[in-house]
Design a protein around this ligand. Structure first.
Ligand code: CTP
Ligand code: MG
Length: 224
């Protein structure tokens, strides 16, 4: 569908803002992984910088004791106890003029500009309420009872693994966060509204740092 003349596209980023969430404690990593160095640059700085492919402004959500830091962002705010609460804190600082908001995990420092452009284009140009980048699932999936007994093998047809960045019509994202619900990603809250969420191709290099081994892998990808 052609974009309407009054709608922003990825070439017109003046109405696009980004929220980078970096207020987690990194429990599985053992420390706040978003402040580790990757190729000599802090992970969070890379994630903020990546947003500039589409965003006129970046709101960075940080732990409350690090608000003197900037990491290349335009606005810095304190996060909350959950990821959703941190996104809400960031969203509250996004100017009302923003028509599209991109949400990105600081823990994904290798997201390339094409991912940001793809999620913004899907919203700006193609009219979706939200767009997420995702990969098809190649492993066999099983549902497990407790930690060990297999209950069933899940049909992976139609299943995808979702990454960030995720792009949203700003009004829809604000509405999705109004009642303070929790979800592992923002698209989940938007889906609950019955809004249209589309998928664009993700990137296998867009790894999320979860454990220390992931940082080594990211270093390897950066060098390769
Ligand atoms: N995040 C946040 N505020 C929280 C929790 C998470 O801003 N209260 C951010 C993290 O900093 C990260 C992203 O959300 O960039 C994805 O979360 P995750 O990878 O789970 O990071 P952590 O929550 O820090 O890690 P863990 O779950 O192992 O504690
Ligand atoms: Mg977490």
């Amino acid at each position: 569908m052609p974009s309407r003349p009054d709608e922003p596209t990825a070439d017109d980023t003046s109405n696009v803002w980004a929220v980078v969430v970096a207020a987690g404690s990194g429990a599985r990593y053992g420390s706040p992984k978003q402040f580790e160095l990757l190729g000599g640059t802090p992970v969070v700085d890379r994630s903020v910088s990546a947003c500039r492919a589409v965003a006129a402004g970046v709101v960075l959500v940080l732990p409350a004791d690090r608000l003197a830091e900037r990491h290349g962002a335009d606005v810095v705010v304190a996060g909350g106890p959950t990821r959703s609460a941190s996104v809400r804190a960031g969203l509250a600082a996004v100017p009302e003029v923003a028509e599209i908001v991109v949400v990105h995990d600081a823990a994904r420092p290798l997201a390339g500009p094409e991912l940001f452009r793809a999620v913004v284009d899907a919203v700006a140009g193609d009219g979706a309420d939200a767009a997420v980048c995702a990969l098809t699932v190649s492993d066999t999936l099983k549902r497990v009872d407790g930690d060990e007994r297999v209950v069933e093998t899940v049909d992976r047809h139609g299943l995808v693994a979702v990454q960030t960045p995720q792009g949203f019509r700003a009004s829809v994202l604000r509405q999705a966060h109004l009642n303070g619900d929790e979800a592992t990603d923002d698209a989940g809250l938007v889906e609950a509204l019955g809004a249209t969420v589309v998928v664009v191709p993700g990137d296998p290099r867009n790894v999320k740092l979860t454990t220390p081994a992931d940082l080594g892998y990211a270093e390897h990808l950066l060098g390769g």
